[in-house]
Design a binder for this molecule. Structure first.
Ligand code: ZN
Length: 110
């Protein structure tokens, strides 16, 4: 199997997802680093998380934002002030960013 983006060779990877007994699996391009998630397995993980009620218990505050371009091809986003106030976020606090699948990124304040 080859990378759909650059044609490089793909290597299988498996990531343990906390609170889910199922791993998220996919392929990583050794050349460009693009990740291709196994859609079936990712959906199974999300369904498993829903079953454990983790996603159901997420707060209703939802804000639509844009990804910001930072230096050195890095991307970022900011916490809206209302969201920061509700979650009692403070600058410098550690967070853990978890990639559940291509469309779901979970940010946990540690
Ligand atoms: Zn590639």
């Amino acid at each position: 199997m080859k990378c759909k983006k650059c044609g490089g060779s793909l290597e299988k990877f498996s990531v343990d997802v906390e609170d889910s007994g199922l791993p998220s699996e996919g392929f990583e391009c050794k050349k460009c680093g693009e990740l291709f998630f196994d859609e079936k397995k990712s959906k199974a993980v999300v369904e498993d998380l829903k079953r454990t009620k983790l996603l159901k218990e997420l707060p209703v505050l939802s804000i639509r934002q844009k990804i910001i371009k930072l230096s050195k091809n890095r991307l970022g986003f900011y916490f809206n002030k209302d969201l920061a106030r509700c979650a009692k976020l403070k600058a410098g606090e550690p967070i853990e960013v978890r990639l559940l699948d291509k469309k779901t990124i979970m940010v946990e304040v540690k």
